[in-house]
Design a protein around this ligand. Structure first.
Ligand code: HBI
Ligand code: FE
Length: 292
């Protein structure tokens, strides 16, 4: 561990602090940048009633994210801190896993300060402020999910020491990024990667192509995911409490079993899977054929 408390991994970019945070410098956003947020916000929020879960919609309201333009972290952090002790901190972009986990373990969510270009509205490589703040932050107002994200950060720190990061990244992907929550009205979105994407907000709930399976932590950790396209499987939790409870287990025994287990092919359904939708995989097949 070097002086700044992190191992001698990649150093922060110029202008960033040792923990990779930067000032948001909210006053330096241009009207055009605020307009991109407004365009994305109006498009997504029109879509999400009846699609996003209630804790997400309550979080949007609680943090007043429907203000006209890019939120000022100093403003939203007052309410976010009061609700669950979380803060949003600005970072230049993706940060090393070790830095990311340390922030989560301390209830700090690292959010990119940059926003996508108007010509990038539908897809961008790296999470921007709309993905991070519109997608991830509203759920952090929910006390149970707030506890889950901190537990995930602590789990990440342990996983790094054991070299089990790949399995833990799958848990993040299939819950925090692409998770669905079962409700009496049907499945609802809580994953940031879905809720911040117009097309996937529709695909994840309505399209017959993907499998939708009951969440099982070990099953998720054995399942690869797509980083370049819609998911071929979505995992559905019965409640946020069930997701938090799943992290309160003996991960050493779990990691031991995972080392001995094979990955499960991404579109496969196992005999003891809880099947909510047996997908056609028509979308993924068509995309694979088009790519040939
Ligand atoms: N850094 N800023 C930022 N945001 C992320 O979502 C993020 C990251 N670094 C690593 C990472 N995510 C993934 O590897 C997680 O699975 C840990
Ligand atoms: Fe994300």
């Amino acid at each position: 561990m070097s002086a700044d408390g992190f191992s001698n991994g990649p150093q922060p970019p110029p202008g960033a602090r040792a923990d990779w945070t930067i000032d948001q410098a909210w006053e330096s956003y241009t009207p055009a940048e605020h307009q991109v947020w407004i365009t994305l916000y109006e498009r997504q929020s029109a879509l999400l009633h009846g699609r996003a879960c209630d804790p997400f919609l309550r979080g949007l309201e609680a943090l007043d994210l429907h203000r006209s333009g890019i939120p000022d972290f100093a403003r939203i952090n007052v309410e976010l801190n009061r609700l669950t002790g979380w803060s949003v901190v600005a970072v230049p972009g993706l940060v090393p896993d070790e830095v990311f986990f340390d922030h989560l373990a301390n209830r700090r969510f690292p959010a990119g300060r940059f926003i996508r270009k108007p010509e990038e509205l539908d897809y961008l490589q790296e999470p921007d402020i709309f993905h991070d703040v519109f997608g991830h932050v509203p759920m952090l107002t929910d006390p149970v999910f707030a506890d889950y994200m901190q537990a995930y950060g602590r789990g990440g720190q342990r996983a790094m020491q054991r070299g089990q990061l790949a399995n833990l990244a799958r848990l993040y992907w299939y819950t925090v990024e692409f998770g669905l929550l079962q409700t009496p009205e049907g499945a609802r979105i809580y994953g940031a990667g879905i809720v911040s994407s117009r097309a996937e907000s529709i695909f994840a709930l309505d399209d017959p192509s993907p499998n939708r399976l009951a969440f099982d932590l070990e099953r998720v950790m054995r399942t690869p995911y797509r980083i370049d396209d819609f998911q071929q499987v979505y995992f559905v939790i019965p409640s946020l409490q069930a997701l938090l409870d799943a992290t309160l287990q003996d991960f050493a025994a779990l990691y031991g079993r995972l080392e001995a287990a094979n990955d499960i092919p991404i579109a496969e359904i196992l005999p003891n899977d809880g099947v909510i939708t047996r997908g056609t995989q028509a979308y993924a097949t068509a995309r694979a054929e088009a790519a040939q």
